[in-house]
Design a protein around this ligand. Structure first.
Ligand SMILES: [Mn+2]
Length: 426
């Protein structure tokens, strides 16, 4: 773990530059009548979960180029997230992927989580590939499979995930299905929906009352003709079928190019069915790039809808589970995660600055130019000093990546874990 005073030393070195930027922004916001500390407090409270599979290099189907020092066990994954959280104070939970992150010693793991000030965000099942010890194959689907025995195996795996989660006080099961078809005629669409609905209901019934099931959708890949859950409407239909503890999960990369994701988000919030969010960046599809790296304006517009609903007392949507879901092919995974969190926080900060009363008035008066300019003005505002100030007040690093590099953390991880260590799981 990094020493608290090492972070403070870096902060101290940056203090003058930070004050210059911060005071300039503070004055700008004061003139708009914005209470700066209340914005900073909201940034401090915003926590983004890190999935265990994002701690190692990802890769493509063409190759993987690990950078060394990757976590070799669940314990080391927890250590890595603890490290990130020490730097940014905004990543205080970890998502598990079963079967790779099965807790062998829950009591010891709980102690380790506590040491690092972390909790378990969600448990994620995996029926998109076959495991060596698995009797039946998911080649033609899991929860939608034509054979009852395969569906039963997939249901049992999801129930086992719930049990693993319970042992670590998790409260969320995330289900993403790779089920679908590659060729016209291969799958009977209506029957596939019904089999999936029945399977999900069996899992839902096994879930404790205070748990949430998040159902994620994706338009294509691994299947290219049809996916059983291709869009938010299908996720929504399953949630309605299951009950109030089933919620739709939006993954930013799980949309076709130019989809109006902000409108989807607003719809789901209006129905009280948006349960979780997976952050990443996308150029074409499920690219899993750094959050905010490709379409920052769209990302801001999405956050604008999220904050609009979060600040509206008439919206009954439950609190959301925020998580990064990305892959790192050319960047150091930990640096990429730090960068993503910074981008998320500075975009969240922008959305917090939107004058919703004024925007609402422009909308009621159909003043499209003024409404758009209001958003563009906020989008152009550099909020990074607010994020740095939030980190400083929380005891984190004002410039987390600079500290990470300055303290040679990757080199130290390589020294400890080896140059050839490759993270377990996906
Ligand atoms: Mn996802």
């Amino acid at each position: 773990m990094i020493l608290h005073n090492e972070i403070q030393e870096f902060n101290h070195k940056n203090r003058a530059a930070h004050e210059f930027h911060f005071q300039h922004l503070a004055e700008l916001l004061r003139q708009k009548g914005i209470d700066i500390q209340s914005i900073i407090d909201k940034i401090k409270a915003f926590q983004i979960a890190i999935p265990s599979w994002a701690l190692g290099t990802g890769g493509t189907r063409f190759g993987r180029f690990p950078g060394g020092g990757e976590p070799r066990s669940l314990e080391e994954k927890i250590e890595d997230v603890g490290l990130l959280n020490q730097l940014n104070r905004s990543s205080n939970s970890i998502s598990l992927h079963i079967p790779w992150d099965i807790p062998r010693d829950p009591a010891a793991l709980k102690g380790l989580l506590q040491t690092h000030g972390l909790t378990i965000d969600s448990v994620n099942s995996n029926t998109f590939q076959d495991q060596p010890d698995q009797p039946l194959s998911y080649k033609f689907g899991s929860l939608c499979h034509t054979e009852a025995a395969v569906r039963r195996q997939a249901i049992d795996h999801n129930i086992a995930c719930i049990e693993h989660g319970k042992a670590l006080d998790a409260k969320v099961l995330t289900v993403w299905l790779a089920d679908g078809s590659n060729f016209p005629g291969q799958q009977h669409f209506r029957r596939a929906w019904q089999r999936t609905a029945d399977s999900l209901a069996s899992i839902y019934q096994a879930m404790p009352d205070d748990w949430t099931m998040l159902i994620e959708y994706k338009p294509y890949e691994p299947h290219f003709y049809s996916m059983v859950i291709p869009d938010w409407g299908t996720s929504f239909s399953f949630c309605q079928h299951l009950g109030k503890n089933a919620q739709v999960l939006v993954d930013l990369g799980h949309h076709l190019p130019n989809t109006n994701i902000e409108q989807i988000v607003a719809r789901l919030l209006h129905f009280g069915r948006l349960g979780g969010f997976h952050f990443n960046g996308s150029m074409y599809g499920d690219d899993d790039l750094t959050t905010g790296s490709i379409k920052p304006y769209q990302f801001f517009l999405i956050f604008n809808e999220l904050v609009d609903a979060m600040s509206d007392p008439t919206v009954t949507n439950p609190p959301l589970a925020w998580m990064i879901d990305a892959s790192h092919n050319t960047k150091d995974p930990l640096e990429d995660l730090l960068q993503s969190v910074q981008n998320i926080l500075s975009t969240y900060a922008k959305a917090l600055l939107v004058d919703r009363t004024l925007l609402g008035a422009y909308q009621e008066n159909n003043d499209s130019l003024a409404a758009e300019e209001l958003l563009r003005d906020i989008f152009a505002t550099d909020t990074r000093a607010l994020v740095a100030e939030a980190a400083r007040q929380s005891g984190g690093a004002m410039e987390p990546i600079a500290v990470y590099r300055g303290l040679s953390i990757r080199e130290k991880l390589i020294e400890k874990r080896g140059r050839k260590s490759v993270a377990t799981g996906l």
